[in-house]
Design a protein around this ligand. Structure first.
Ligand SMILES: [Zn+2]
Length: 110
């Protein structure tokens, strides 16, 4: 498996796409909030780590997740802070953790 900065090679690989489809079929509801339909598959071991890369195709490390929860999980992995915020995919891609992120405003709950 080749790895580049944004893991594009991995995410476009046939083996990942098959695994992802399997996971979403088996767990169609977000495993974090258990409410929304899962639209994405989350690596519980961050792909930025070597351990994460080694387990990138390990079904047991995957989690079906909705977009909102995926954003929160990604922010948590990058900053260590639990945040419930709504960001666009573009903002998420450009996410640069501020030194003191404000997590006071909870907009994810209905
Ligand atoms: Zn969710």
């Amino acid at each position: 498996m080749k790895w580049n900065a944004d893991n594009k090679t991995f995410y476009s690989s046939t083996s990942w796409r098959k695994l992802r489809t399997n996971k979403l079929n088996n767990n169609p509801i977000c495993e974090v909030c258990n409410i929304k339909p899962a639209t994405e598959v989350h690596h519980t071991i961050p792909l930025s780590s070597t351990h994460g890369k080694d387990n990138a195709l390990n079904y047991n490390t995957l989690q079906s997740i909705c977009f909102d929860c995926h954003v929160a999980e990604t922010i948590f992995e990058r900053t260590g802070k639990r945040a419930k915020v709504k960001l666009t995919q573009r903002q998420l891609n450009n996410f640069d953790p501020p030194s003191q992120a404000s997590t006071d405003h909870n907009t994810a709950d209905q």
